[in-house]
Design a protein around this ligand. Structure first.
Ligand SMILES: [Cu+2]
Length: 458
C-alpha cells in the first residue's frame, strides 16, 4: 500500500503535463487517500488496472484495433462490499492522457477522476485511486478525458458493490451494453460527423460485454439477477427480454423499496437497471433487444437485437425475492419548491451549427452548494430531443416529471429528461467539499458544453 502511495508521489510531478491540477487538488488528494479506510471487518482490495491498445474481436473473426482496460472490453468487473476500500493502481499505456471516473460512487471530490480534480494521467504514468465503497449497487468506471473517443474505443467496465441484505437469486450476471461504429474494414470508424455531433454517436454493431449479439443460455426454471449498464455514447435502450415480464429490483443507486413487475424499461445512456428474470420454459428462445425509442434525433433507430437467450434443460430454483427490499426515506415532498433551475439547451454555433449548453452557456459555471442544505433542482429540457442528466458524486431522488410523481422512489445519478420536460430532483450534499459537475451523458453533447461545474462547500 505504502509503495503505491510513494509511486504516485514520484510520478505526480513528472512527464508531459496535459492539465494542471486544480488549486489545492494535491492536498485534497492526500487527505482523501489517507481517509480511505475500511470499516471494521472489511478490507482493502488492491487492483492493478491499465489502459492499452488491443486487437479485440467485437465480431468473431474480425480483429479491431481498440482500447481496453487490462486487455479486455469491458474491463474487469470490480467487486467489493460496503465498507471495503478499493485501491486501484492505474497505469496509462495509451498514446494520450486519460483518467478514470467512478460513475455513481460517492467518493471524495479528489477521487472523482475528472480533469477538474486531477491532472490527467500522462502516457506511461501511474496514478492511484483509493476510496471506500459507501453504497451497494451497480456502478461503472470510464475515462473522463476525451470521452467521445476513449469510451467508443472500449474503455469502460462494471463496478459492483454488495450490501448485507441482497436478494438471493439462482445466479447473477452483469451485462455491459454498448454499440460501436465500424467501417468497411471492420475498424472503429472516423469520429466527428455533424450528425454524430447532433445525435451523439451510435453504432450498428451492438455489444453485450464486448461481443456482437452473443447467444446466451439459461436453464429452465431459474430466476437470475441481471445487472445492465448502458455504456454506449448516446444510445437509448428500451430493454425487452423477449417481451416477457421481469422484476425491477434496483436502479443507479441500489435496490428499490419493493420489486416492480414490468415488460420493458428505458435504460438511457449511462443508466443502470438491476432486474430479476425468469423462470423460462425449456426450449424457449428470446430476443434481448432495444425496442424502438424515438429520442427525436436525425437518425432514429428501429427495434434492434443485442443478444439471443436460449433456454436449456430445467434446474431447480432456490431463488427468493422478498416483497420488501429496503426502505428509502423521501428527501422532500413532490411539490417542494426548487432552489435552482438547470436548463438544458442549444445555441447556434458558427463551428458546428449548434452547441449544447446549460443555462445558455457552454461548460456553465454554477453557484456553489453548501453541505447539509437540501437541494431541489428543476432540470428543464428546452430542446426537442431527450438528454440523460448525470450528477457526479451524489444520488438524487426524482420528485416529479412534468409535475407527476414517479411510480416508485429510488436513488439515481442519471435521469432521462424528455423533450420540453421539467424533471424535479432532490439531493442532499454530504460534506465532501470540492469541485463537482453535472452533464448530459450523451458524450458528444457533454463535449460540446452541456455541462455545469459547481463547488460543494463545507
Ligand atoms: Cu444531451
Amino acid at each position: 500500500m505504502k509503495s503505491h502511495h510513494d509511486h504516485h508521489q514520484t510520478h505526480h510531478h513528472h512527464g508531459p503535463v496535459a492539465h494542471q491540477p486544480a488549486p489545492g487538488a494535491d492536498d485534497a488528494y492526500q487527505r482523501a487517500y489517507a481517509a480511505a479506510q475500511p470499516d471494521p471487518g472489511r478490507r482493502v482490495i488492491p487492483i492493478e488496472l491499465d489502459a492499452r491498445e488491443i486487437d479485440w474481436e467485437f465480431v468473431p473473426g474480425n480483429k479491431t484495433r481498440a482500447w481496453g482496460y487490462n486487455g479486455q472490453i469491458p474491463g474487469p468487473v470490480l467487486e467489493g462490499q460496503i465498507g471495503d476500500v478499493l485501491e486501484i493502481r492505474f497505469t496509462n499505456r495509451l498514446p494520450q492522457p486519460t483518467n478514470i471516473h467512478w460513475h455513481g460512487l460517492r467518493v471524495p471530490a479528489a477521487m472523482d477522476g475528472t480533469e477538474m480534480v486531477q491532472r490527467s494521467v500522462a502516457p506511461g504514468e501511474t496514478f492511484v485511486y483509493r476510496f471506500r465503497l459507501p453504497d451497494a449497487g451497480t456502478f461503472w468506471y470510464h475515462p473522463h478525458s476525451n470521452e467521445t473517443v476513449q469510451l467508443e474505443m472500449g474503455l469502460y467496465g462494471a463496478l459492483i458493490v454488495r450490501g448485507p441484505n441482497e436478494p438471493q437469486l439462482d445466479a447473477e450476471r452483469v451485462f455491459v451494453l454498448d454499440d460501436v461504429r465500424l467501417d468497411k474494414q471492420g475498424q472503429i470508424a472516423a469520429f466527428g460527423s455533424i450528425v454524430e455531433h447532433h445525435d451523439g454517436r451510435e453504432g450498428d454493431t451492438r455489444l453485450v460485454n464486448g461481443r456482437a449479439e452473443p447467444v446466451l443460455e439459461i436453464a429452465a426454471g431459474q430466476v437470475e439477477r441481471w445487472r445492465f449498464i448502458n455504456a454506449s455514447s448516446a444510445r437509448y435502450i428500451r430493454l425487452s427480454i423477449g417481451g416477457k415480464p421481469f422484476k425491477l429490483l434496483g436502479t443507479d443507486g441500489g435496490l428499490l423499496e419493493a420489486p416492480v413487475t414490468m415488460n420493458e424499461i428505458l435504460v438511457a445512456t449511462a443508466d443502470r437497471v438491476d432486474i430479476a428474470v425468469g423462470p423460462f420454459g425449456a426450449g424457449e428462445e428470446l430476443a434481448i433487444e432495444a425496442l424502438q425509442y424515438k429520442r427525436r434525433i436525425i437518425r432514429e433507430r428501429k427495434t434492434e437485437r443485442f443478444a439471443t437467450l436460449r433456454v436449456g434443460a430445467p434446474r431447480p430454483s432456490a431463488a427468493r425475492i422478498p416483497e420488501r427490499l429496503r426502505r428509502i426515506e423521501p428527501l422532500a415532498p413532490a411539490n417542494a419548491s426548487p432552489n435552482r433551475t438547470v436548463k438544458l439547451g442549444i445555441t447556434l454555433s458558427l463551428r458546428r451549427m449548434v452547441d449544447f449548453v446549460i443555462n445558455r452557456e457552454r461548460h456553465h459555471q454554477d453557484k456553489p452548494v453548501k453541505a447539509g442544505e437540501l437541494q431541489v433542482w428543476d432540470v428543464v429540457n428546452t430542446t426537442l430531443m431527450d438528454h440523460p442528466f448525470h450528477l457526479h458524486g451524489f444520488f438524487f431522488q426524482v420528485l416529479s416529471v412534468n409535475g407527476e410523481p414517479p411510480a416508485w422512489r429510488s436513488w439515481e445519478d442519471v435521469v432521462n429528461v424528455p423533450p420540453r420536460a421539467r424533471v424535479r430532483i432532490a439531493w442532499l450534499p454530504d460534506d465532501r467539499p470540492g469541485s463537482w459537475m453535472y452533464h448530459c451523458h450523451i458524450l458528444e453533447h457533454h463535449a460540446s458544453g452541456m455541462m455545469g461545474h459547481f463547488d460543494v462547500v463545507s
